[in-house]
Design a protein around this ligand. Structure first.
Ligand SMILES: O=c1ccn([C@@H]2O[C@H](COP(=O)(O)OP(=O)(O)O)[C@@H](O)[C@H]2O)c(=O)[nH]1
Ligand SMILES: O=C(O)[C@@H](COP(=O)(O)O)O[C@H]1O[C@H](CO)[C@@H](O)[C@H](O)[C@H]1O
Length: 317
């Protein structure tokens, strides 16, 4: 593991117990928090999750969450009714930004959620979780309220596969973790890089592309690294995560989407942040300090002229 990651684990890897609700609320002030649940046919679990968040984090005593939104991804069961009855605002995916027709996929839903929420902090929680604890939300939102230098926080947890301890997160262990360790070793410290519970500043999320399918977690994590740097990323241990498991064929399709998302970023090279900061000494100030100047690095490229229709008809001077 890189020394940088060793240090990161010392500085940016916490437990939910490290920040009491009182401490988090004491520094929340005017910062607003939105919780988003992407939901496709989750009638069996979405209601309990919404109820727990409403009861424990949206009360007069603990006003941590300002808005709780379930984005219905085209469910054919009673997801929308159950979520609304439990106290969530429910928005149909296809009602958001209809100018751009929606495509199937989790990332599509998360991307659209940004258009119908308003929190300075946005917290994503899967809607298929069982034995859900409010710690999942307070744990990952907490650092974003107490640590101004943190912009993106992932939950980490044990992931049983049914009764088999630690056997969950199959695509994480077989695809995502190897990919990240080989190509983005700075992210090797993330225990659950694909976990569906994560929170981030809206000011970061609105600058990132969202892969429309299951590549969204890997894409956001890699792009967050390149946009704000490792020290602005963090993770919080919130215990054990139990959720509905898809079959191997479905996870194969998920793996393909995740690999594609990685390959797309690798094909761009590692340059995602076209900025250049130079320094010049400020001779005017008494401290004669160095002043940073940051410039955009143009990354646009024109296509080969042979590919431009007009090229074939050019006039030879
Ligand atoms: O097209 C989709 C796919 C998934 N989801 C939701 O995204 C979350 C995570 O999806 P899933 O449980 O299928 O992923 P897994 O946890 O099995 O990897 C769940 O709340 C799904 O209902 C969604 O809203 N739209
Ligand atoms: O981590 C994983 O390997 C997959 C599958 O988990 P399981 O093997 O069913 O426990 O689950 C995650 O991956 C998806 C893709 O990033 C996320 O969207 C899910 O929220 C997350 O549960």
């Amino acid at each position: 593991m890189l020394d940088e990651v060793e240090r990161w684990l010392e500085r940016r890897s916490w437990s939910v117990a490290d920040r009491s609700l009182d401490r988090i609320l004491a520094v929340k002030h005017a910062t607003t928090v939105s919780v988003v649940l992407p939901a496709l046919n989750e009638e069996a679990t979405v209601g309990d999750i919404v109820s727990v968040i409403r009861r424990e984090l949206m009360s007069d005593a603990v006003p941590l969450v300002d808005e709780l939104v379930v984005i219905d991804s085209g469910s054919t069961d009673r997801t929308a009714e159950v979520a609304a009855a439990a106290g969530a605002r429910v928005v149909a995916r296809d009602a958001i930004l209809p100018r751009i027709p929606a495509v199937p996929g989790k990332g599509e839903v998360l991307w659209r959620s940004l258009f119908v929420t308003h929190g300075d902090v946005v917290c994503f929680v899967d809607a298929d979780l069982r034995d859900f604890s409010a710690d999942f939300v307070s744990g990952i939102v907490g650092p974003l309220l107490t640590d101004p230098g943190v912009d993106f926080v992932k939950a980490m947890y044990d992931r049983p596969l049914g009764d088999a301890p630690g056997q969950g997160g199959r695509v994480t262990e077989l695809v995502a973790r190897p990919l990240l360790n080989l190509h983005w070793p700075q992210l090797a410290g993330f225990v659950q890089p694909l976990g569906g519970e994560y929170a981030a500043r809206r000011s970061l999320l609105e600058r990132l592309p969202f892969p429309v399918g299951y590549g969204v977690e890997l894409g956001l994590l890699v792009d967050a690294l390149h946009t704000v740097g490792l020290d602005a990323l963090a993770q919080v241990d919130v215990g054990v995560r139990k959720h509905r498991h898809q079959d191997g064929q479905a996870l194969g399709r998920m793996a393909a989407a995740i690999y594609r998302t990685a390959q797309l970023r690798l094909s761009r090279g590692h340059l995602v942040r076209p900025r250049l900061t130079q320094f010049e000494r400020d001779e005017t100030g008494e401290g004669r300090r160095f002043v940073p100047r940051t410039y955009d690095v143009d990354t646009e490229e024109r296509p080969p002229t042979a590919d431009v229709a007009e090229y074939a008809h050019r006039r030879v001077a």
